[in-house]
Design a protein around this ligand. Sequence first.
Ligand SMILES: Nc1ncnc2c1ncn2[C@@H]1O[C@H](COP(=O)(O)OP(=O)(O)OP(=O)(O)O)[C@@H](O)[C@H]1O
Length: 353
Amino acid sequence: MSSLTITGVTKSFGSGASATRAVDDVTLHVPHGSFTTVLGPSGCGKTTLLRLIAGFLVPESGAIAFGDTVVVGDGVRPMPPQTRRVGYVPQEGALFPHLDVAANIAFGLPREARGTTGADRVAEMLELVELPADFRDRRPDELSGGQQQRVALARSLAPAPAIVLLDEPFSSLDAGLRGSTARAVRRALAVTNTTALLVTHDQNEALSLADQVAVMRAGRLVQSAAPSEVYLSPSDPQVAEFVGRAVVLPGTATDARATCALGEVVLTEPATGPVALMIRPEQVFVDLAHDEGVRGTVEEVSYYGHDCAVQVRLDEGTSVLARMAGVRRPGPGDTVHLRVTGLVRAYHPAGAP
Ligand SMILES: Nc1ncnc2c1ncn2[C@@H]1O[C@H](COP(=O)(O)OP(=O)(O)OP(=O)(O)O)[C@@H](O)[C@H]1O
């Protein structure tokens, strides 16, 4: 097992005016034994990045290293995929339908290791991905989608790969199965201390599973940081709106504070002059009992059980989204008072210092 270091990697498809720069000067480090999720909208280059790491594609510039070994880069002949020791788990359909679970898991093992050692390894891998030992004799069509994805992970981990790449492995599963399968996969990767990169366009998945979230947009890596940093201090308002709901309001900053339609807020970092303020809806406190804060009228309430989203039109005209526990909630037409809790991230307008 090893760390993964991607330095200035670029890959285009096509040529001339119709060329697409699918991955554009991406630099990213994934520490040994850690888990990074690559988050971005459809077509931003996530799968292309995985394919470059696996060796199915070769970059036109930049370098990729596993630990100290450069697998592709300037003056280095690209190491072929089969010798990179990469495990790959695709969206679905990774398993051979005519082979049983044991044969699927043992498939990637060296031929000489497929006998008794192979049987031990299969048993070990089934336990690792939290599946019963007697599943070994089942065929893939006798398993649920979530179980199939666990077997796919078991197969990718059996040969003890340097790095595991997962390309939207839970996207074909329904919501309940998705969460439990994702957590089981995460546990298996942690137990084996495997360096892993998972591609997703699901914000919740990216934030809840990862040590590090790498956000991509139009081929570029726009931020890579711990999940809480990406959520609470996104690199720009577009990232803010991509990794969750955000209220973005114009404001005026003076050092550690700023004023906006929601009153005075405290900033994560000092700023001066006109700014865009990024406030998470759960930071907007909805006061039903007192008249402290900025007054507004509830326009719409969406109830989700564990919490609810409340759209409020402030008296001065701005519409703001708040998120609160669903136990005691206002109704449309009610007068409420809003105030902001916690720190707020300020962005200077494009072009401003
Ligand atoms: N083999 C190819 N030939 C030409 N263009 C390609 C090829 N593979 C990908 N692209 C283009 O490169 C860009 C990035 O594609 P990629 O599949 O990496 O995106 P993605 O973020 O994984 O998308 P999705 O979430 O929809 O799978 C897209 O514009 C896509 O059309």
